[in-house]
Design a protein around this ligand. Structure first.
Ligand code: NI
Length: 160
C-alpha cells in the first residue's frame, strides 16, 4: 500500500466523469488499498478515485462508525430520503468549507473488491459522504452545490 498524492482543485481531472470498472484487476485492488491509506493519512472520511488522478468509479468511505472501511466499485445511489443541511469539506479543496443540502439517508449499491454486490443504507455523515464521493465520480465538487462557502484558513487566522 502507498499514500498517493491528492489532486487539488482546479485540476481538470476533478471535473470529468469517471468510467465504470469493467474488470476487477490487481491494479484496481491496489488502487482501493492505496485510496484507503491515502484517506486515513489525510484524516478524511471519504475519497474518490479521481482525487488520486484515476478516472474510475471507485470510492472509499470510513466515517468511524460500525461499518468501518467501506470500499465500493461502481457505486450507485438507489434511493434518497429526507434532508440535511450542514458543513462539508473536501481533501481536494483545502481551506474551504461550505454548507451543502444533502439527503439525510441514502441507499447505495456497488461491488466489493471480490465483485460481490453490496448494498448499504446510511444516514447523516455516512449519507453525506456517499453523496459527496459519488458526485466526485460525476465530476461534481461540493463547492458547486454549496449555498455558502467559508475560507477556513482565514477563519483560523482570525481566531488566532
Ligand atoms: Ni471530496
Amino acid at each position: 500500500m502507498a499514500v498517493r498524492v491528492i489532486v487539488q482543485e482546479p485540476d481538470p481531472v476533478l471535473h470529468k466523469r469517471a468510467k465504470e470498472v469493467t474488470e476487477i484487476t490487481p491494479k484496481i485492488i491496489k488502487l482501493i488499498d492505496d485510496m484507503a491509506e491515502t484517506m486515513y493519512d489525510a484524516d478524511g472520511v471519504g475519497l474518490a478515485a479521481p482525487q488520486v488522478g484515476i478516472l474510475k468509479r471507485v470510492i472509499v468511505v470510513d466515517c468511524g462508525d460500525e461499518h468501518g472501511l467501506i470500499e465500493m466499485i461502481n457505486p450507485e445511489i438507489l434511493s434518497k430520503e429526507g434532508e440535511q443541511f450542514g458543513s462539508e469539506g473536501c481533501l481536494s479543496i483545502v481551506g474551504i468549507n461550505g454548507d451543502v443540502r444533502r439527503a439525510m439517508t441514502v441507499t447505495v449499491k456497488g461491488l466489493n473488491r471480490h465483485g460481490e454486490e453490496i448494498i448499504i443504507t446510511g444516514s447523516e455523515l455516512l449519507a453525506r459522504a456517499f453523496q459527496h464521493e459519488v458526485d466526485h465520480l460525476n465530476g461534481i465538487l461540493f463547492t458547486e452545490l454549496a449555498e455558502k462557502l467559508y475560507d477556513t484558513t482565514e477563519r483560523k487566522g482570525k481566531e488566532n
